[in-house]
Ligand binder design. Structure first.
Ligand code: F6R
Length: 643
């Protein structure tokens, strides 16, 4: 292995520093390639850039040539590390790369991937996304027989396990496949927890071996190369032929192609590549300053796509919901807000009581009561959120029916759902969910309308109106983006130094308020509070003093009259009122210090879709004003694959 001398010195220095940290909990991006010819390192570097949304506190690459490993890794964002280490400058046509996001354990060079076996120079390099739950026990075992560890990460045990298995296989001539495959397979069988791993070695330098359990892994197939990655955008500019690797599978990539085996018994799995219709351009910024802004602007198109969902899937899901004794919706963050809004839709239109539950609370709250009569509707853009999948697993173990709504077909959620539906948003790269939120709402409202039709609970006239209005939503959102962007920019300039905001709404607009508040907090770092407007007088109003900004979501629904009272209460105490209201709503506009106008005639149940859009723009421009990077908010990652 070659590590340049500065890198090596830093590695040694940092080893001392890392002693106090437990381990890195990983939520990362992985990529690797076998090229027929050419140099792998620049391809790995470019792919890691496309995966940076999965994690961005350290980066590393390893390649193999002439039975030697070459490595560069360091803490920092990819561009920072590249400017010092030149990530394109590693020899060989085979290699792997990793971009890391840690929640525990500092983002130090020594904790960056790849991790190695004991040899010096190392002969085995491993990258990993996930958490090895039994790493401490394995580490102790390996240390007891003489293995020496460099880092404090859980990942490093994998490299040592493989090393040990290779040593043992020298004593055992009955190797069925290659020695390395067997060694990785046996190592993977020992691991508990979640992982997508990839291994290259000096022993068998012509192959990459990957394995998966819970963490995402996809293969890319091109004429002159084979790729693997955590996510399709990593190799989308290189190929759109993909193979989804399932849990409990091991993959060997070499010049001839890929071979998939089941970890449990080594049996071969035949799986043909599928074509994905995302173009590389879809995964790039297309001239916008940030992905988030591009994705806000994409909403009209995404919403139109949600209206093209296949009838049979909508019908199937609706039938499951109709028959359900109890419907619990589980999700996190923005997806939870979509569920909360949906609970109003289902109740008002289809008279179906649903319980939106924050996924990380599900097991505590419903773990004992969920049963064969329960229906779980899990909503997750990524389909890989660990908390959501854990809730689904609890429900599955108790024989509940699992329904899924996700943006990533092929994700774990689609595989564990009895029926799932894709939300058609295309890749969302900005860490903050925007287009995926409005698309989720569109799909959920279509389900609620369908169920209303099935149950005959609302008049035909109302159904016809909803059908007509939902078709208009993409156009309305387009108008809002086109007409209100400048205004939101100006409001961000005006309010940029405020220390805290309230976001208030009643009824379904409470969900919109929660979403507006989450966007502002997560990307512009402004501590904010959202609650149903009726709650003000039960406590929060005591915070109000002159100039305190309060954002009211005021569609002209049944709650408007009482909401007016809440606005006046706030105004009387000196709050600055920012109202998101219907076009021409003079009464509210007169009360407000600032207002944003939304197209007339939107039915209440659809209102969160257009009313959320100015709040997304406000958060985006607040982040810009406050010099925060909206695409990569600190401490966050796009896909939260740890609990
Ligand atoms: C906020 C945001 C997160 C996600 C949450 C769930 O902008 O993006 O709150 O909504 O992590 O992610 P998914 O929907 O992938 O399960």
């Amino acid at each position: 292995m070659l590590i340049d001398s500065i890198t090596l010195t830093i590695t040694l220095e940092l080893q001392g520093l890392t002693e106090s940290f437990d381990r890195g909990i990983e939520m990362c991006g992985i990529f690797g390639c076998i090229l027929k010819d050419g140099i792998a390192a620049p391809k790995i570097h470019a792919a890691l850039k496309r995966l940076e949304y999965r994690g961005y506190d350290s980066v590393g690459e390893a390649t193999v040539k002439n039975r030697r490993l070459f490595v560069k890794k360091d803490a920092g964002k990819i561009d920072e590390v590249h400017s010092i280490r030149n990530l394109d400058d590693l020899p060989g046509r085979i290699g792997v790369g990793h971009t890391r996001w840690a929640t525990h354990g500092a983002p130090l060079q020594v904790n960056a991937h790849p991790h190695f076996d004991c040899s010096d120079p190392p002969r085995i390099a491993v990258i990993h996304n996930g958490i090895i739950e039994n790493f401490a026990e394995i580490k102790k075992e390996l240390e007891d027989i003489g293995h020496t560890f460099r880092s404090k990460t859980d990942t490093e045990v994998i490299a040592h396990l493989i090393e040990q298995n290779l040593k043992n296989s020298e004593l055992n001539p009955e190797t069925v496949t290659s020695e390395l495959e067997n060694a990785v397979m046996d190592a993977a069988r020992r691991l508990e927890g979640s992982y997508a791993i990839a291994v290259i070695t000096a022993h068998e330098p012509d192959k990459i071996i990957c394995a998966r359990n819970e963490s995402p892994l996809v293969l890319g197939v091109a004429d002159n190369a084979y790729y693997f990655a955590s996510d399709i955008p990593a190799f989308l500019p290189l190929t759109n032929k993909v193979v989804f690797v399932e849990n409990g599978e091991l993959v060997t990539l070499n010049d001839e192609g890929f071979e998939i085996r089941k970890l449990v018994d080594g049996s071969k799995v035949v799986r043909e590549p599928e074509l994905v219709d995302w173009t590389p351009a879809m995964a790039e910024k297309q001239g916008y300053q940030h992905f988030m802004l591009k994705e806000i602007h994409e909403q009209p198109r995404c919403l139109r796509d949600t209206l093209r969902l296949q009838d049979k899937y909508l019908e199937l899901l609706t039938t499951f919901l109709d028959r359900a004794r109890e419907v619990i919706m589980v999700a996190c963050g923005t997806s939870y807000h979509a569920c909360l809004a949906a609970s109003y839709m289902f109740s008002k239109l289809s008279f179906l009581a649903t319980h939106p539950v924050i996924a990380s609370e599900f097991t505590e709250q419903h773990g004992k009561s969920v049963n064969i009569d329960s229906t779980i509707l899990a909503v997750s853009q990524s389909g890989e959120t660990a908390d959501t999948l854990a809730a689904v697993e609890t429900a599955r173990q108790r024989a509940a029916t699992i329904l899924g709504l996700t943006n990533i077909v092929g994700s774990t959620l689609t595989r564990v759902s009895r029926v799932y539906i894709g939300q058609q948003s295309g890749p969302e790269i900005g860490v903050a969910a925007t287009k995926t939120f409005t698309s989720q709402l569109s799909v959920l409202s279509q389900l609620a309308i369908r169920l209303a039709k099935k149950r005959g609970k609302v008049s035909q006239e109302e159904i016809d109106l909803l059908d007509e209005k939902i078709e208009k939503i993409p156009g309305i959102v387009k108008t809002i983006v086109e007409t209100q962007e400048r205004k939101m920019k100006a409001l961000a300039r005006k309010y940029k130094d405020k220390q805290c905001f309230f976001f208030l709404g009643r009824g379904i607009s409470y969900a919109t308020a929660l979403e507006g508040r989450l966007k502002l907090m997560e990307i512009a770092y402004v501590p904010s509070v959202a609650f149903p407007a009726g709650e003000s007088k039960h406590g929060p109003i005591s915070l109000i003093e002159r100039g305190f900004p309060v954002i009211f979501i005021c569609p002209p629904d049944e709650t408007r009259k009482t909401l007016m009272g809440n606005i006046m209460e706030m105004k009387a105490r000196g709050a600055s009122i920012i109202a998101v209201c219907e076009e021409g709503d003079e009464e509210i506009m007169k009360l407000a210090d600032d207002y944003v106008e939304i197209t007339k005639g939107i039915p209440e149940v659809l209102s969160p879709i257009p009313y959320a859009v100015p709040l997304q723009l406000f958060a985006y421009y607040m982040a810009i004003e406050r010099e925060c990077d909206p695409d990569m908010p600190r401490n966050l990652a796009k896909s939260v694959t740890v609990k």
